[in-house]
Design a protein around this ligand. Structure first.
Ligand SMILES: [Zn+2]
Length: 241
C-alpha cells in the first residue's frame, strides 16, 4: 500500500458503490483503478470522484497491475463544492479529457500536476475562455507539440514580429510560408508569449480577436495529436451562440 495525493480526471460507474477512476497522482503519475468510496457522508457524496477533485488516497496493488484499488482518505479540494456554473463544469470536463488524452500512464509529472492545480484554483466565470487557451497551449507544450515561434521551421530565420503556422504546426517565416497557414501578428505572438510566461492566475486578459485566431490553431494541433475531436469540446459550442 502506498499513500499519495491525486487529482481525479475521469470516473466510470462499475457497481453500485464503486467507480473506475483515472487519477493523476503526484507520486506515480496517471493511474487507473477501482475507487472504493469512503464511509458515505452526504456532504462529500460523489464529489470525491468528480473531475478535478483533489484527494489524499491509498493505492493498493502491484506495479504493472491493470486495475489498482484506490481508497480515498480525505477530500482536499473540489471545484464541485463551489461551481455550479455550466461553463465552469464544461471547462473542467474538457481539461480532464485533455489531461487524460495527453498524459501517459505511470509517468509522474510534477509540471502536469501543478498545471492541473493552478487551473482549478484560478478558474472563474470571467476567465474561462482565456484559461481554455492556456490549457490548450500547455498540454501541447508539455507534450512537445507546441510550435516554437522563435524561428522559422524551414530556413531557421529568427521570427520577430510575425509568423505563419502550417497545417502540421511548423512555424514559418514570410518567405517560407507567406502564402500558407495561419498568420500570427504582433498581438497573437504576444498573447502566445504571455501564456507561456504566466501562471493561470496572473494571465493578462486576451482579446477576443486574438483568441479567435489562436484557438482554432491549437485545437487543430490537439486533434492531430489525439487523432480525434475532444468530446467535451463540443459542449462549449452550445455557449457560443
Ligand atoms: Zn523561412
Amino acid at each position: 500500500m502506498q499513500e499519495t495525493t491525486g487529482i481525479v480526471l475521469r470516473s466510470y460507474k462499475l457497481r453500485e458503490q464503486d467507480k473506475i477512476c483515472v487519477i493523476l497522482t503526484k507520486k506515480f503519475g496517471k493511474m487507473r483503478g477501482v475507487f472504493h468510496h469512503p464511509i458515505r457522508r452526504i456532504t462529500t457524496n460523489g464529489i470525491y470522484e468528480e473531475p478535478f477533485s483533489e484527494v489524499r488516497l491509498q493505492v493498493y496493488g502491484r506495479e504493472g497491475q491493470q486495475l489498482l484499488t484506490f481508497k480515498p482518505i480525505e477530500l482536499i479540494e473540489s471545484i464541485f463544492q463551489k461551481a455550479v456554473d455550466p461553463r465552469i463544469l464544461t471547462f473542467i470536463s474538457y481539461a480532464a479529457e485533455l489531461f487524460d488524452s495527453f498524459i501517459p500512464e505511470g509517468d509522474p509529472s510534477e509540471t502536469h500536476y501543478r498545471l492541473a492545480k493552478a487551473l482549478t484554483t484560478s478558474l472563474k466565470q470571467d476567465n474561462i475562455d482565456d484559461l481554455k487557451l492556456y490549457l490548450e497551449t500547455w498540454v501541447l507544450k508539455l507534450a512537445g507539440l507546441l510550435p516554437n515561434l522563435q524561428s522559422c521551421g524551414k530556413c531557421r530565420t529568427l521570427l520577430e514580429t510575425e509568423s505563419w503556422i502550417a497545417a502540421d504546426g511548423t512555424p514559418l517565416c514570410r518567405n517560407c510560408g507567406g502564402q500558407y497557414g495561419e498568420y500570427l501578428g504582433a498581438e497573437e505572438r504576444s498573447a502566445w508569449a504571455s501564456i507561456l510566461g504566466s501562471s493561470p492566475g496572473n494571465l493578462p486578459p486576451i482579446a477576443i480577436e486574438t483568441r479567435k485566431v489562436l484557438s482554432p490553431i491549437l485545437q487543430r494541433l490537439i486533434r492531430r495529436a489525439i487523432e480525434r475531436e475532444p468530446n467535451s469540446l463540443r459542449s462549449f459550442s452550445t455557449f457560443e451562440m
